[in-house]
Design a protein around this ligand. Structure first.
Ligand SMILES: Cc1cc2nc3c(=O)[nH]c(=O)nc-3n(C[C@H](O)[C@H](O)[C@H](O)COP(=O)(O)OP(=O)(O)OC[C@H]3O[C@@H](n4cnc5c(N)ncnc54)[C@H](O)[C@@H]3O)c2cc1C
Length: 411
């Protein structure tokens, strides 16, 4: 077997092009938006700046890296995508500018795999062109989102239509979405508890779909909505996948989507570590630079080692997806590890910056607020740990060794 971490000249060129674009177009525009407070003071100029970045990204050929070429994408595999996502997420708007942001990106994969030809043309095509938005509506306030078999939103059939009632919350992008992928319980007595739910495509706005509020979170009110669903009518042709396949579809969606989060989190952690080292080389206290103090070096060393582990885990999980192998375990371990690594590295970077790190003069405070949700969304830490342990125990029972559960690597 060949283990080769070098990039092909073609991919190296894509990575360099993405990095240059982020440095020369995205970051200066973000700075302008921040300095001139465009988002709050001049909505038209703000939207104009965003659209201009997208236009330039398309011209530069950095558009839709996660999708096949026939859908207007760059046709990259997951290992290759990791390079682009990790460059894009060095900025706040990068993933959106390249049209590879959550939740649209996960919804695109889902539609590509599960949609009928008609559904793909109607929903996937405009999403890929960047002219529509989407959301994925699964979590409910009344029951634990960690266990989708508990979903209470219900659908019953009425002729050619499904009538759906329920309550969802934390639905990212719902505020501006043109359509939703909605998960509802349709089966009363399924063979398996996991076969009770079905996914539906819902055109928005829709009668029976009401946005109650955008939920105020620790990083602001940024488009995670609470939704009331009352007698929402959806034609049967809008079912995505088959009856009872909603859970399967959700799991399918979450695999690559979780890994894409990890790729972006690596970028954020690398930024935090760069800033930590930079600050330690410029701050002087008690007779030496911070960089010369052992306590600071430990923080730098721990962060460096953890980031290295995170990169290897993500690359290996991506490799498994690309090879068509079972990737559940590797993605689960990567998601847990990278989310926690991200929180630790940003926390250390804030520590090294002192009061400056706590202020909003650097991006660290903002990054820290965003990073916190990574430990429970798209699978809480403890749920991943439960599944990882189950697989390790099963591997031992089956083969007398835990090797298959630790990445099934050749060492
Ligand atoms: C910013 C943000 C964006 C989001 N976007 C979306 C979206 O677009 N669409 C959507 O549908 N949802 C979205 N969510 C919701 C997210 O997916 C859920 O928060 C997540 O699935 C966890 O569900 P929950 O919040 O109900 O927590 P619960 O399931 O109630 O879990 C709470 C805690 O209980 C513990 N726990 C749960 N199960 C176990 C177990 N088996 N063993 C041990 N401990 C356990 C864990 O510590 C967990 O953190 C978003 C959330 C946030 C914060």
């Amino acid at each position: 077997m060949a283990i080769d971490f070098s990039l092909s000249p073609e991919l190296e060129e894509i990575r360099a092009r993405t990095r240059t674009f982020v440095e020369e177009v995205v970051k200066p525009t973000e700075q302008k938006i921040h300095d001139e407070r465009l988002q709050e003071t001049d909505r038209k100029a703000y939207i104009g700046a965003l659209i201009e970045m997208r236009k330039q990204a398309k011209e530069a050929g950095i558009w839709l890296p996660q999708m096949p070429k026939e859908w207007g994408g760059m046709g990259l595999g997951h290992v290759q995508l990791a390079m682009v996502q990790a460059e894009a997420a060095k900025s706040t708007y990068g993933p959106w500018v390249f049209n590879c942001q959550a939740p649209d990106e996960g919804n695109m994969h889902t539609l590509l795999h599960w949609g009928t030809d008609e559904q793909k043309e109607q929903y996937l095509r405009p999403l890929c062109e960047g002219t529509t938005w989407s959301c994925f509506a699964m979590t409910e306030p009344e029951v634990a989102g960690s266990d989708p078999t508990l979903i209470q939103t219900r659908g019953y059939q009425d002729g050619e239509e499904w009538v759906i009632n329920g309550h969802k919350w934390f639905i990212s992008n719902a505020h501006r979405a043109n359509f939703a992928i909605l998960i509802a319980r349709t089966e009363d007595d399924p063979d398996l508890p996991q076969a009770a739910n079905t996914a539906f495509l819902v055109d928005l706005p829709a009668e029976g779909w009401t946005e109650v509020r955008q939920i105020e979170t620790m990083h602001g009110s940024t488009g995670h909505s609470e939704i009331r669903i009352e007698d929402l009518r959806v034609h049967e042709s809008k079912m995505l996948g088959g009856r009872g396949q909603g859970h399967l579809l959700g799991q399918y969606r979450l695999g690559p989507a979780r890994l894409a989060h990890c790729m972006r989190w690596i970028a954020q952690a690398e930024m935090a570590l760069d800033m930590m080292v930079d600050r330690s080389l410029n701050r002087y206290a008690h007779g030496s630079l911070l960089a010369e103090k052992q306590g600071i070096q430990w923080m730098i060393a721990d962060s460096t080692m953890e980031l290295y582990q995170a990169k290897l885990m993500v690359l290996h999980a991506a490799y498994k997806i690309d090879s068509g192998e079972d990737f559940k375990s590797e993605v689960s371990m990567a998601k847990h590890f990278v989310a926690n690594m991200l929180n630790r590295v940003i926390d250390r970077s804030i520590q090294v910056h002192g009061a400056l790190g706590y202020s909003t003069d650097t991006p660290l405070a903002h990054m820290y607020q965003h990073a916190r949700w990574a430990r429970f969304a798209d699978g809480a830490d403890e749920v991943h740990q439960m599944r990882i342990a189950q697989r390790t125990i099963a591997a031992y029972k089956d083969t007398g060794s835990t090797r298959a559960a630790t990445g099934d690597l050749p060492i």
